[in-house]
Design a protein around this ligand. Sequence first.
Ligand code: ATP
Length: 553
Amino acid sequence: MKISQILSGKIRSTILFIVLFGLLNSLLNGMLLFFINATVTGKKLSFPDAYKLPLFVGIVLVALVCSRFFQVYMIRLTSNITFEFEKNILEKIRCSTLTEFDALGKENIYTAVNDTRSLAHIPEIFMNAFNAMVVVLCCFGYMFWAAPLGGLVILMTMTVLLVVYLIRNKGIQKDLNRQRDLQNNYYRYLNDAIHGFRELKLNVLRSNNVYYNWIFPNREQNRQLTNKTSIKYLDNEISGTYSWYVIFGVIMFVLPLVMKTSISTQAAFLVTIMYLIGPVAILVTIIPTYNSLKIAYERLVIFNHRLSINEGEFTARDLQRASGGFSDLEFVDVKYQYVSSNNKTTTFLMSPINMRIEQGEVIFVIGGNGSGKSTFGLLLTGLVRPRSGKILLNGNDLLSEDIGHYRSYFSAVFTDGHLFNENYDKVDMTTTNTELYELISLLKLNDKIELENDGDRFNHNLSKGQRKRLALIYALLESKPIIVLDEWAAEQDPNFRRYFYTELVPLLQKNGKTVIVITHDDEYYRYASRIIKFNFGEITYDSSKQEMVQDVS
Ligand SMILES: Nc1ncnc2c1ncn2[C@@H]1O[C@H](COP(=O)(O)OP(=O)(O)OP(=O)(O)O)[C@@H](O)[C@H]1O
């Protein structure tokens, strides 16, 4: 569901409620105002004096209970909307394609999550604004009813003061935008300083450049701008606050000059203005709030649009079907291409690939940097779909029919693979899980890993090579028929690398796995049952096809 649909649905279903509350709240506030003004001005009320106190206490109590009731309602509504927005975003991420996900960028996901929080406050803001508006209307209604000319003078004075305040505020918003740009740049530079800490330690000149020519000048600009903007803001707020005294002054000194007025009317006007201060402040903040909500909303619309492809849901049922067995996989005229961010030019083209993989093969995928090996791995595992052509698994076009089922045949360890922070699959970590501890021995990690997180996870403070070994253990625990390892051995020491190619991979093959190894380790090519070589996105050598035999090096 789209963000706008959730939002409009929620607003539609609660608008009546919000309006009713606004009217009730205003009625109660209006009664209190009337009560207070009648007391201040000594007006006779149409009921006995003895009822005054209990009536006043009654109205205050009803107003309090009402107010609490609606505030609680708003808290629940806001957290419900936050929940639905977040769920919507998370579902989008879960079901999006790798291509769209990569193009979106991680920082945009964090921004989107924050934006949902802002948007969830819309009903609350709307309710407060509506309430404030009704109170303002009631107050002016009262003033016009009590003394029409007086009401007009106050309305005109307030309008002039408000316009001055808003114009000055607009200038401040511009400065705040500049400050935000500076802040964004600052985070970029800081990111480089933090992630490039080691590099900067080794290169003093660059370190000086980064800090003295980029970071410090940015902070200096920010310091000056913050001072300027904060003082401007303070001036505007102070003059805004003191504008109320201008209005008090108009009531006390100007009104008697322009109309016949009594002390009691002046007192009633003063009390009414006091009532107006809070609601007017709410209405004044609506404009900047509206602007920031608009930006958040537009960003979320773009987010939704960029993750527009839904790959569907995958169920545990698919996993069971995969264990039914793998016999062969066939690429038929498979083409793929990367396009530039403006979607205009092709930056890399994978030529039509035609090949067949049989169960139990150990295939080494080789080729120079940027030749397309990892892209082939992504196509093979179904993480990206061919732009044209077909991939048939056991003779079926599962990639088009049921991508979840297709992917359930593969496990993989990618070059930049991720070790998850939680035991999401609830793997039994105790020593009774013999399969797990056999794998730990096989990967020679016995004395390197230990349980942490209440025995629910192995430690991650491992070397890069050790982390890869742990990732391989987790991949093997998935018990999928095909395993894809992208430059897995690159971070292993020479002994373990030899062990991997000469013992581990053959053992996996013996256990019935089909193993696809993307590698640059030419000294071990002879351990493959088949070699496929890529060059500029094209298969230029396939050892299973005699007629294509060329120099593998
Ligand atoms: N997400 C992407 N968006 C656009 N282009 C990409 C993307 N990933 C890879 N490429 C481009 O596709 C080409 C093939 O990349 P690929 O990662 O498949 O090469 P590779 O053979 O695995 O290289 P290496 O041995 O260096 O890992 C490269 O020219 C690369 O710049």
